[in-house]
Design a protein around this ligand. Structure first.
Ligand SMILES: Nc1ncnc2c1ncn2[C@@H]1O[C@H](COP(=O)(O)OP(=O)(O)O)[C@@H](O)[C@H]1O
Ligand SMILES: [Mg+2]
Length: 376
């Protein structure tokens, strides 16, 4: 059991490159925290500093009530699972699982019990006598996770553990890892987990909370729901959610009490409290944000709807829904529409002057200069 705390954590590599810029983060005891961000944002660097595989240039890391800055990896109470499973090729699965415990000089019966327990949890009992080269990618990854479980660490660290698996396997391993974390909690051995990925779907489905990083800075730490509904800045808004949020430069138009977003001359009314929040910031320039989920084909009853009229330029049929790409003046937008609606209203054809209803209650307005969300 352990809380993990970063205080003003910094990393400057020996070539002078500053990879981590003084980040503060508290990972709660027993929490599953996902660190997500594009390649190069310093996810691995941060995790490796936590593991003790990379030294710290500034600040502090605390695990439980100990500052671990100068503790070697083996004394930190952690176990790490990597992208390349790093199994010992000449040892059987059983020996791979037991190896770390033998080094710790645990009694033989204890080792056997832990290996068998982990094998049962991961459903790899029938693989125990095989060599790594006799395993599929998914099986090898399960063994790699098993090797972490047998250590009974306070903190599990995962660095893109599923990146080498195909999409289907990735989805099932995602569920399995989440299940194991929940199981350990239920069995009163709760472990804190820090899981690094560039994949926002993994982050959204696995994390109790998600920490979004960009170029060595933390952009937001929140629950998946909060990140999705209330992104604090343009980066988080664009990174979380697929297909991506539409983020387009726009103007603001104030008329009497109302505030409108002007997209290429078409006015969309901002509801309260968004309008008041935006006015308070008095921005010089803004970016309008709306998720594809919050744009539908207008249904003809348009009085109190906010309408964008545009030309459909492309459609991607996903089966149950269609991504409809449309152009308004010089700006492109994506809408995510149920397939039946597209059939009825568009006959699945690329048509011009199509009316789209924009659900402005779900929209966001960002300050173009600071990129902060000023409608929250
Ligand atoms: N040993 C190193 N020396 C100098 N720069 C490094 C070193 N390792 C990583 N970097 C740089 O630090 C940044 C963060 O890298 P990394 O933590 O691997 O990112 P991520 O895991 O998010 O893809 C990148 O710009 C990378 O090029
Ligand atoms: Mg990495």
């Amino acid at each position: 059991m352990a809380e993990v705390r970063f205080k003003k954590l910094e990393k400057v590599y020996s070539n002078g490159f500053k990879a981590v810029h003084g980040i503060d983060l508290t990972i709660r005891d027993g929490e599953f925290l996902v660190i997500v961000g594009p390649s190069g944002c310093a996810k691995s660097t941060t995790l490796r500093m936590l593991a003790g595989l990379e030294n710290i240039s500034g600040g502090e890391i605390q695990i439980g009530d100990r500052v671990v800055n100068n503790l070697p990896p083996k004394d930190r109470g952690i176990a790490m699972v990597f992208q390349n499973y790093a199994l010992y090729p000449h040892m059987t699965v059983r020996e791979n699982l037991a190896f770390g415990l033998k080094l710790q000089k645990l009694p033989k019966e204890e080792i056997e019990r832990r290996v068998n327990d982990a094998a049962a949890i991961l459903e790899i009992e029938e693989l125990l006598e095989r060599l790594p080269r006799q395993l599929s990618g998914g099986q090898a990854q399960r063994v790699a996770v098993g090797r972490a479980i047998v250590k009974k660490p306070d903190v599990f660290l995962f660095d893109e553990p599923l990146s080498n698996l195909d999409a289907k396997l990735r989805a099932s391993m995602r569920v399995r890892i989440s299940d194991i974390h929940r199981l350990l909690k239920k069995e009163k051995h709760p472990a804190t987990a820090v899981y690094v990925t560039h994949d926002q779907t993994e982050a959204m489905t696995m994390g109790d909370r998600i920490c979004v990083m960009k170029l060595g800075h933390i952009m937001q730490v929140d629950t998946p729901e909060e990140l999705y509904n209330n992104p604090k800045n343009m980066f988080v808004a664009g990174f979380i959610g697929a297909p991506e949020m539409n983020l387009r430069p726009a103007k603001l138009v104030a008329e009497q009490d109302a505030l409108f977003v002007d997209v290429e001359g078409q006015l969309l009314r901002l509801p309260e409290p968004k309008a008041t929040n935006v006015k308070r910031h008095n921005p010089a320039g803004v970016v309008f944000g709306i998720r594809p989920d919050d744009i539908t084909l207008a249904d003809g009853d348009e009085q109190d709807q906010n309408i964008l009229c545009g030309d459909v330029i492309r459609m991607e049929n996903m089966g149950h829904e269609v991504y409809v790409y449309f152009r308004v003046g010089s700006q492109d937008f994506t809408a995510r529409v149920p397939v039946d609606q597209v059939k009825i209203r568009l006959n699945l054809e690329l048509r011009q002057n199509v009316k789209f209803a924009v659900h402005m209650g779900k929209s966001h307005v960002f300050d173009a200069a600071s990129e902060q969300n000023i409608s929250l």
